[in-house]
Design a protein around this ligand. Sequence first.
Ligand SMILES: [Fe+2]
Length: 332
Amino acid sequence: MGEVETIGLEQVESLAITTLVDNLTDILLLDEGPATRPPVDARAPRVTAPMLEGGMTIDALRAEHGFAALVEVARGGRRHRILFDTGISPDGLVENMRRLELSPHDIEVIVLSHGHFDHTTGMDGLTRALGRPNLPVLIHPEFWSRRRLALPGREPIVLPSTSRSALEGAGFEIVERAQPSFLLDGSLLVTGEVDRTSEFERGFAVHQAHGDGGWHPDPLILDDQALVAHVAGKGLVVLTACGHAGVVNTVRYARRLTGERRVHAIVGGFHLNGPLFEPIIGPTCDALAELDPDYLVPTHCTGWRAIHALAARFPDAYLQASVGTRFEFRGS
Ligand SMILES: [Fe+2]
């Protein structure tokens, strides 16, 4: 991408991110700073359990490999809700929303971070929950690519991709855009295609896309996009989903686009798992130290080793993720 003009992102009074689908769950975590954990006491939803004394237990949230978050933006006394991704199972998202007493009918806009099925499959359950939804769905044009993972010594694994006709047929209004977009009168920025500037975030080496009659390398996954808000007096909050663009690239791009230097929080999947990505955990930590976020919430595909490295390197900023946690970042 060429020159990037600075664009005016309005400051918001608060931004709350509730993870609706995530790889992790831990019902013993306590509230901590901006993190409020889902209730496991008398306020929690109940489900029948005939093998237990009393015949009931809490209807606990389910974790799955995937990501979805409800984003609530407060500005000018009004609150708006955006859904960012939908998880890997057809019903995991809506089932966790039911357990959290969050209504799918309150969602005003859907942003899908990229085309991978661990972020999109919950559109199915959402469609059934909403009836005929009349909601905009923001995606990058390469969202529709057919993809596979070609691991050395193994048969390639084809990744399910979203059916355009099914999504359109369900009633969603699809908005394709590679450039940055604003939502809610300039309160929220969808990055579109992220400028790749770091020297170590080189993408997913074994990832391929189908086109021109065959499979070809597609390490960059250009459809990967993030959400950005500017919390008044605090700085940027950047929400990544799978972080295929690179978390450092994404945060640097958010700073370039908005002209705001302060980074208040980075939340989401940083994609640093496994032998292909673990070598860049160190450089990523070094670059994040320069960005100096107040809060760091690595989740979903970040990977066990990277999460531990980040927790050790940023003990004051690190917050543990767990599905159903609400992270509320308030302005000053
Ligand atoms: Fe993912």
